[in-house]
Design a protein around this ligand. Structure first.
Ligand code: GLC
Ligand code: CA
Length: 536
């Protein structure tokens, strides 16, 4: 079985993890200094958001050199050292490959925009500038047209995010080979794979047709995105990437689909296990806090996947409000209880979990003053709270010190959440009942139980307020028995008659190892109970 089917991934936003050199911005040497922490947490792989050379118009999602580290984060040597140190601890590293577009400062684009006859010109997408845009496609972070003027050539180029992110022409063979060359370069350095930024958007409609009307408001601009993303021709690229990745042995390719439904996510795998290994499913990430929504979303996801495809599971990332904040209850204690249930959900459902830095201590979103906003989307949409993405990108909270132990500088690139004096790694490490230690226990249990890692799944309909399922032997996962997971999504007790007995593997309200008699089982408020029901 490939390693990534057994792995738990942890996303680091390098700006915000830890700053070692004291400039207020996280760095690669900082990440290396925290490998002990990550190892003791129990994760298997890191996905590091972009740290390549960039003018940072979209905080690194606008790359000016795919083969070098931006000096803000350190050097190529720092990366080599991080990679080796992570390997020593058996932690894999996945890079974030942003190749739907480059930065407008990338030498390829600088050359391309200079003249229509430049060899790089066909690597990007152009139309003659006839005074208006050729269609209704929008730049999502600018709220205007996606077609930007280029005076030197009398044309407009496509940039679906900002004008500083010109889109590649993936129909061009030379461009494709140049990108594959970049991937090769990192494979050879030993990276374990890539997360492919907006992968389903690489190809646009050949005839550049306008999108039809849709009732979905901003950021979908009342458009159904039929023509500016998710075109069928993209699958040919996925197959080419897969074939090249597999030549290097166990590397993993993870798609970020540009859309929120399970079908789009599942399409990235291909129907013959010949496209991308994994894809995020944002349908799952956007569920409201109740057991039924999650059960339906999980079933939709599992049903949508082609045979043999491995699901992913994720609740937070750098583009969405943190789930601690989304699922918050009436009190901090209730929010904390929900976060513990959410963690159990993420780490026991069938699939590869992706954690987002800080979720293990219950980091939440905070409203950021206008003068401290950094995200281009946030600046455009201010004062709508939490529409921009800065609130989920605040510095990791290591301790109760002035900048939460993130930096020794007097200030950090984004403000630290003032709750860091109560919520941080140092405090939670020392508290056996902390969320951090709950994550560690769940991760440790997952390591021990191949049923939890790769078993099959069967949902149980015991009570509508409860998410209940069993993990069973399946295919390559031959461990005997069955693990039963019961997650109470609410604050009321749930009484279940006629339950089988078992042994507690892990519980939020019970001792591990305790025996449970068959009969009535009463689950407390937000209780998580993970049982081995194989026993006599
Ligand atoms: C992806 C990234 C997001 C970025 C955008 C443009 O959605 O996750 O952060 O702004 O692509 O690259
Ligand atoms: Ca730094």
């Amino acid at each position: 079985m490939p390693w990534w089917k057994n792995a738990v991934f942890y996303q680091i936003y390098p700006w915000s993890f830890i700053d070692l050199n004291g400039d207020g911005i996280g760095d690669l040497a900082g990440i290396e200094s925290k490998l002990d922490y990550l190892e003791s947490l129990g994760i298997d792989a890191l996905w590091i958001s972009p740290f390549f050379r960039s003018p940072m118009k979209d905080f690194g999602y606008d790359v000016a050199d795919y083969r070098d580290v931006d000096p803000l984060f350190g050097s190529l040597d720092d990366f080599t050292s991080l990679l080796a140190a992570a390997k020593d601890r058996k932690i894999r590293i996945i890079l974030d490959l942003v190749v739907n577009h480059s930065s407008d400062q990338h030498p390829w684009f600088v050359e391309a925009r200079g003249s229509r006859s430049s060899p790089r010109h066909p690597w990007y997408l152009w139309v003659d500038d006839r005074g208006s845009a050729p269609n209704n496609w929008k730049a999502v972070f600018e709220l205007g047209s996606a077609w930007h003027r280029n005076v030197a050539t009398g044309e407009r180029y496509l940039g679906t995010f900002t004008r500083h992110q010109p889109e590649f022409n993936w129909r061009n063979r030379e461009l494709r080979e140049a990108i594959y060359g970049v991937m090769e370069y990192w494979y050879e350095r030993g990276v374990d794979g890539f997360r492919l930024d907006v992968a389903t958007a690489y190809i646009k409609d050949e005839r550049l047709r306008s999108n039809p009307f849709s009732a979905l408001p901003v950021p979908d601009f009342f458009q159904k995105h039929l023509y500016d993303r998710n075109r069928p021709e993209v699958h040919e690229i996925f197959r080419e990437m897969r074939e090249r990745a597999d030549r290097h042995g166990e590397r993993v390719l993870i798609a970020e689909p540009y859309g929120q439904d399970a079908e789009l996510a599942s399409s990235c795998y291909g129907t013959h296990d010949d496209e991308l290994h994994l894809a995020f499913n944002f349908d799952f990430l956007l569920q409201p806090w109740n057991a039924a929504s999650f059960r339906h979303a999980a079933l939709r996801w599992y049903d949508a996947l082609p045979a043999g495809a491995w699901p992913t599971l994720t609740l937070s990332n750098h583009d969405q409000p943190r789930h601690f904040w989304r699922y918050r209850g009436r009190t901090e204690a209730e929010s904390r209880a929900r976060a513990a249930t959410a963690a159990a959900l993420l780490l026991t459902l069938r699939g590869a979990p992706f954690l987002y830095y800080g979720e293990e201590i219950g980091m939440t979103c905070v409203r950021i003053k206008r003068r401290r906003l950094r995200d281009p989307l946030g600046l455009k949409t201010w004062p709508l709270a939490h529409v921009g993405r800065d609130p989920e990108r605040t510095p990791m909270q290591w301790d109760s010190g002035p900048q939460a132990g993130f930096t020794r500088a007097g200030t950090s690139w984004l403000p630290v959440n003032p709750d860091h004096d109560r919520k941080n790694v140092e405090l939670q490490r020392a508290d056996p009942d902390s969320l951090l230690n709950w994550y560690r226990s769940l991760l440790a249990l997952r390591r021990k139980s191949s049923l939890l890692r790769c078993g099959g799944i069967r949902f149980l309909e015991l009570d509508p307020r409860l998410l209940a399922f069993e993990r069973l032997p399946d295919g390559a996962c031959r461990e005997e028995g069955s693990v039963r997971v019961l997650l109470n999504f609410g604050s009321r007790e749930i009484r279940l008659p006629d339950q089988p007995g078992g042994r507690v593997l892990l519980g939020s309200r019970r001792e591990s190892g305790a025996a449970l008699d068959p009969g009535v089982l009463t689950l407390g408020s937000y209780e998580t109970l993970i049982l081995d029901v194989a026993g006599p």
